[in-house]
Design a protein around this ligand. Structure first.
Ligand code: MN
Length: 128
């Protein structure tokens, strides 16, 4: 094939757990360019330099946790309009509402047992 390249959308995954990072990458890499970050600090710098189309953000991170990282990302004008999805093992009743109220655009509980659920959720935020 030749001609104009199709611009692929970019999904940043902020996750300290290597297995989870690889799993999310494996699920999404066919459709998106996946950029991994191992810490919130790295993600704040990297997403500012190269804004992605969506950020998947683990809550339990060393150093800054996901809610602190969310606040920093939301305060960055370079990232205005970039959706941020919480990725968390916190599956308590009411967790979804809590994360949406915090300012996340969506919430995906871990472990990810259904790859299509993640693809659907990402597709809704990127195209929506
Ligand atoms: Mn974690």
């Amino acid at each position: 094939m030749h001609g104009a390249a199709v611009a692929r959308r970019t999904v940043a995954i902020v996750e300290d757990n290597a297995d989870n990072r690889m799993l999310v990458g494996a699920i999404l890499e066919r459709s998106y360019d996946v950029v991994p970050y191992m810490s919130g600090q790295d993600a704040i710098l990297g997403c500012h330099e190269t804004p992605p189309d969506l950020i998947l953000l683990d809550i339990s991170l060393p150093g800054m946790d996901g809610t602190q990282v969310l606040r920093a990302l939301r305060a960055d004008a370079a990232l205005a309009g970039v959706p941020i999805m919480a990725l968390t093992a916190d599956a308590m009743a009411g967790a979804r509402e809590m994360y949406l109220q915090m300012g996340f655009d969506d919430y995906i509980p871990k472990p990810i047992v259904n790859a299509q659920d993640l693809r659907d959720a990402v597709g809704r935020l990127i195209r929506g």
